[in-house]
Design a protein around this ligand. Structure first.
Ligand SMILES: [Zn+2]
Length: 387
C-alpha cells in the first residue's frame, strides 16, 4: 500500500492507545478513590458549611472538575509530545494552553448544567429521576448536536463557508453542489444541506479530515483545509459524497438514538448503584452530591463495556457511506485514493490486527475500506462484462 513505512504509524497507534488506556485508568481510579476514601463525602460536607445551599452542586462540580483537570494535565502534555514527535503538531505551546483552558471552561459549564439538572431531578422525583434525566439529557444532546457546528466547534477551529462564486473555492464548490443537486433531483425527499465549510485544521495539526455535522438549519459538510490543499478534485468529491451518505442515511439521528439508549441504560444502572451502595459509602441518600462519582463510574464502565458494540454500530454506518460514494459516483477509485491520502497524512495504521479493529475502531481500517472498494469495482466490472 503506497510502500509507506508501516513502523511509524504502528508506533503512533501504540502511543495513542497507551494514552487512552492511561487516561481512562486515571479517571476511573480517581473517581473510585475519591468515593471509597470518603473524600467526596468530606468535600460535600465542607461545602455545606461554606457555600450557600443552592450553590453546593455547582461548587462540588467546579472543585472536582478542576481537580481532575490538574490530575490529567501531565497526560495531556504527553499527548502533545506524541503529536510533536510524530510530526503532526502545528500548534504553539501558548495556543495549546489556550485550548486547554477553553475546554476546561466548556467542561465546567456543561458539567455544572448537567449536575444541576440531575440533582434537581434526584431531589424532586427520587423514584423516577432516571427516566426524567434520560429525557432531559437526550434533549440537551439534540440541542448540542444542532449548536455544535455554530457554537462549540468555532471555539476551537475557524470555519469558513466555501464560496460558489469566488476562487479558489468556486470550481470545487460548484462541482460538489452539482453532485448534491443531481441527487436531490433524483430523490426530492433528500434533506437540505446548509453549506460546505472549510475547516481550518491546518494551523493546529498536519492531519486531514472531513465530517457531516449539525442538525436541521446547521446541517453542513466540513472539509479540512489540510484535505483540500493536497487532494485531487475527484478525491474531495468522493469524500464529500461519503459525508452525503451519512446525510442521506440519517446517521446523525441514528447516532443520537444510539447514544440516547445508552443514556437510559446508564441512568437506570446509576439508580440501582446509588440505592445499593449509598449506605456503605456513607452517602446521605441517593440525592447526596457526594455520590456523583458513582454516576460517573457507572457511565464510564458502561461506555467501556459497550465500546465494541458502539464501534460496530458506527463502522456499519461508515461502510454504508462508503458504498453510497461508490454507487453515486459509479467508481470506487477516487475514494480509495482519498483514503490512502488520509492514511498517509494522519499516520493511520492501515492494516491493524482484526481484534484491534473490532474492539477499538470507530471506522473500518483503511485496508478494510480499500478492500471493500476493490470488491465493489470487481463486482461492477463483472456485471458490465456480462451485460
Ligand atoms: Zn464517515
Amino acid at each position: 500500500m503506497m510502500g509507506q513505512n508501516i513502523e511509524k504509524p504502528r508506533a503512533y497507534a501504540r502511543a495513542k492507545l497507551w494514552l487512552a488506556l492511561l487516561s481512562g485508568a486515571i479517571e476511573l481510579a480517581a473517581a473510585v478513590g475519591f468515593l471509597v476514601s470518603r473524600a467526596s463525602e468530606a468535600l460535600a460536607g465542607w461545602l455545606a458549611g461554606h457555600v450557600p445551599h443552592a450553590a453546593i452542586v455547582a461548587a462540588y462540580v467546579v472543585v472536582t472538575v478542576v481537580g481532575l483537570q490538574i490530575l490529567s494535565l501531565p497526560l495531556g502534555w504527553w499527548g502533545r509530545r506524541v503529536e510533536i514527535r510524530f510530526g503532526l503538531n502545528r500548534q504553539s505551546l501558548a495556543g495549546w494552553l489556550f485550548d486547554e483552558c477553553k475546554s476546561l471552561a466548556l467542561g465546567l459549564g456543561l458539567g455544572v448544567l448537567g449536575a444541576e439538572v440531575l440533582y434537581a431531578l434526584l431531589r424532586a422525583t427520587p423514584a423516577h429521576w432516571w427516566w426524567w434525566a434520560w429525557g432531559v439529557f437526550t434533549a440537551i444532546t439534540v440541542v448540542l448536536a444542532q449548536l455544535g457546528p455554530v457554537l462549540l466547534l468555532p471555539l476551537f477551529f475557524k470555519l469558513r463557508q466555501m464560496s460558489e462564486t469566488e476562487e479558489p473555492d468556486a470550481t470545487m464548490v460548484r462541482r460538489l453542489q452539482a453532485t448534491y443537486a443531481r441527487l436531490r433531483a433524483e430523490d426530492p425527499k433528500l434533506p437540505r444541506l446548509h453549506g460546505i465549510f472549510e475547516w481550518k485544521l491546518g494551523e493546529k495539526s498536519a492531519k486531514a479530515n472531513a465530517a457531516l455535522t449539525g442538525l436541521g438549519p446547521t446541517r453542513r459538510v466540513i472539509i479540512s483545509d489540510t484535505l483540500l490543499e493536497g487532494a485531487a478534485p475527484e478525491e474531495i468529491e468522493a469524500v464529500f459524497v461519503h459525508e452525503l451518505g451519512h446525510h442521506v442515511h440519517g446517521d446523525i439521528w441514528r447516532g443520537i438514538a444510539f447514544q440516547s439508549a445508552l443514556t437510559l441504560l446508564g441512568f437506570w444502572l446509576a439508580d440501582v448503584a446509588l440505592r445499593a451502595f449509598s449506605p456503605a459509602l456513607g452517602l446521605r441518600g441517593i440525592a447526596d452530591i457526594a455520590g456523583l462519582p458513582l454516576v460517573v463510574i457507572v457511565f464510564g464502565v458502561l461506555g467501556l463495556l459497550l465500546m465494541p458494540a458502539s464501534n460496530a454500530f458506527v463502522r456499519r454506518m461508515e461502510r454504508r457511506a462508503d458504498d453510497y460514494s461508490f454507487t453515486v459516483l459509479g467508481t470506487a477509485q477516487p475514494l480509495i485514493a482519498g483514503l490512502r491520502r488520509l492514511a498517509d497524512k494522519n499516520l493511520a495504521e492501515v492494516d491493524p490486527p482484526r481484534w484491534k479493529e473490532w474492539l477499538l475502531y470507530s471506522h473500518p481500517s483503511i485496508a478494510t475500506r480499500i478492500r471493500r472498494g476493490e470488491r465493489w469495482e470487481q463486482a461492477q466490472n463483472a456485471a458490465l462484462g456480462r451485460g
